[in-house]
Write a protein that binds this ligand. Sequence first.
Ligand code: C2E
Ligand code: CA
Ligand code: CA
Length: 736
Amino acid sequence: MPSPQEKYQAQVLAPSSGRLRPVVLHVDDDAASLLMAEGSLEDAGFDVVHAADGVQALQQFKTCEPDLIIMDAVMPVMDGFEAITHIRSNAMGAHVPILMITGLDDLDSITRAYDEGATDFLTKPINFFVLPHRIQYMLRSKRTADALRSSQAKLDNAQRIARLGHWDWNVVTNELTWSNEFGRTMGYPQNQLMGSWNGFLEKLSDDQRHSVRMAASQAVEEVRGFSVEFTLIKFSEAEQDRTIRLEAEPHVNEQGECTHLRGTMQDITERTNAQRQIHNLAYFDLVTGLPNRAQLNEQLNYALKMAKRRESKFALLFLDLDHFKQVNDTLGHDAGDDLLKQVSGRLTEVVRESDSVAVPADPLDENSNSKHTVARIGGDEFVVLLGSINRVEDAARVAERIAKTISLPYTINDTEVSVTTTIGISLYPADGQSAELLMKHADVAMYHAKEKGRNGYQFYSRGIHEQALARFSMESELKNAIENEELDLVYQPKFDVVSGQPAGVEALLRWDHPVNGAISPADFIPLAEETGLIMPLGRWVLQQACRQMKDWIDDGMEPIAMSVNCSPVQFIRGNMIKDVDEAISQSGLPSNLLEVELTESLFLQNIENGINILQSLKKIGVQISIDDFGTGFSSLSYLKRLPIDKIKIDHSFVQDLSRDPGDAAIVSAIIALSHNLNLSVVAEGVETAEQLDILRSYDCDEYQGFLASEPLSAGELLTWFESYKPEVRMRKVSGM
Ligand code: C2E
Ligand code: CA
Ligand code: CA
């Protein structure tokens, strides 16, 4: 039989893992006690290792890794309490069961033993029959605790891998408990597994907090689950914002009230990033980064839907690069890709600069504008979708700009390369009502354009093509019209409704085209506005009209106001205040005899800006009237904010005055309200005596129209005035 000493040696060398019998480390300075215990423990199936004090115990603990420790409290060198503290502070010893042996009734020692981390205690003298049983139970409960710990660790690990945490919100106490992964995601200290629901919400940004709080409180109220996603703003520069999904289910008490919300929290950043990437792969062209055919299709269907709803137009431009294949063949595919990238960059730029061709379908909502899209749909094929256009020429203008820009030289691998592009254009609704048809027709138009020689564009419909060309030639001709003295002003008088006396004249622009004859301002003013020609044109009208009135007055005519139509474009893009000032000072016309007629569209984009402009005009001393009143977006309510003198009721209301009671009601209301605001009212387009009678009965101040006079040339007007009521209107001018 081996001596205790030999046994001790054997134990020291025994491997700690994979052993059949559990190892008990017995620490006691009483050798008799050690021997007695050893006997009963060995018989019960344990291997025993001895230590005589705390220091020895720590050494033995390290070398033998015992499954359980029996520790005497009072020993020399190092007592049991201190030994336990050391063992517990070591990761290996955190969970090993320790049975503390204390003196009988020594309550202080018992309490202290538990405080230091003892698992259980026995009092001396030890009952050696009971000891093995006591130890069995301790080991059994340790195994259970180990198993639980291990499954928790597994769960924790799985959750970490899945980036999935769980949480439990006690709705009644507002307490929130959570798993490690939840804490990790939220940036809580490692050992903190509890806090308050509000504390959690505090960590979210304001708007996110609101949506999470709403979702949760609704779930509690309606006793149902919820699922929200929110962005967790990064904690440090090195991190990225995370996308988090929070899901929960309600738990109810016997009364059916929700007492807890329990759920999961998952970091789905990677998944959402991947989804975005997949989306990008599916919807964008890899070479150029432009939308691909699939996305174009969606945009096109959207444009169709919007255009149908708003009854607006849009255009589809189908582009094909000319001789792209040669670049690819001679310089290689990389060079080809480079070229495609550069082309797409230029295309995007041109289309962005052409934004002005798109008008918001709803003038009060700038966002209602359908967007333009540039897409690459094949090797060297691109499509430009102009989401909404005013006129067909807008599409032609963009096409022309594209063709010009694309044809500028490119530098690829230090080589200068040139390509051109041919463009086919289809229009909604004229050329088709479906995406397929519009694409097909733009394609067909492109082939026609190629047949005619490359680097050009072609509308699908011949009629539209010619119309666009005609507009373009008109544009260049209008440029020369001022210089060639093809422009002229005619003057239409206005009259006082009650006295019938002339109250002023309105200057109206005429273009006598050398080939096409008289062209209506309704046809060329919009073109002038769009091209910016309205600026010199408007200046010319202002100067001419002021000079004319001054001449008439000098010739002996009773002074009356000269009205000049001004486009909002002149105000918004030009320097209108200066133009008006100059026209007055150069002509010498008293400023109160100039009346500026403006339409309500000036206030469309920015009413404050419009008001500022009007105020500057008023400072110069000119009169202001709102033209075509009732046809714009106007509401009567904004009138009182405008520093104006007059409004002109649009002829469309006057036309049906005697037939349409609705129009009659509108006209009488406009007049009454304007008078309330101290504005005088002019009725336009009065053609019959009946209309005039009605206007008179409504107290309208002035009228204008074919009934009294059509627009007349300067010479005609003077004669007309002289014959109208010569004895009243003409005054004697000294020297005449
Ligand atoms: P507007 O300012 O409303 O001018 C009135 C238009 O109605 C003129 O047409 C005039 O000839 C016409 N008219 C006058 N009395 C009657 C009538 O009894 N019955 C009918 N059916 N029509 C009548 P016009 O000269 O063709 O001018 C059209 C528009 O072109 C003008 O409408 C004005 O908005 C614009 N316009 C004309 N001259 C200029 C100008 O110098 N500058 C700017 N920016 N716009 C101008
Ligand atoms: Ca007018
Ligand atoms: Ca008018």
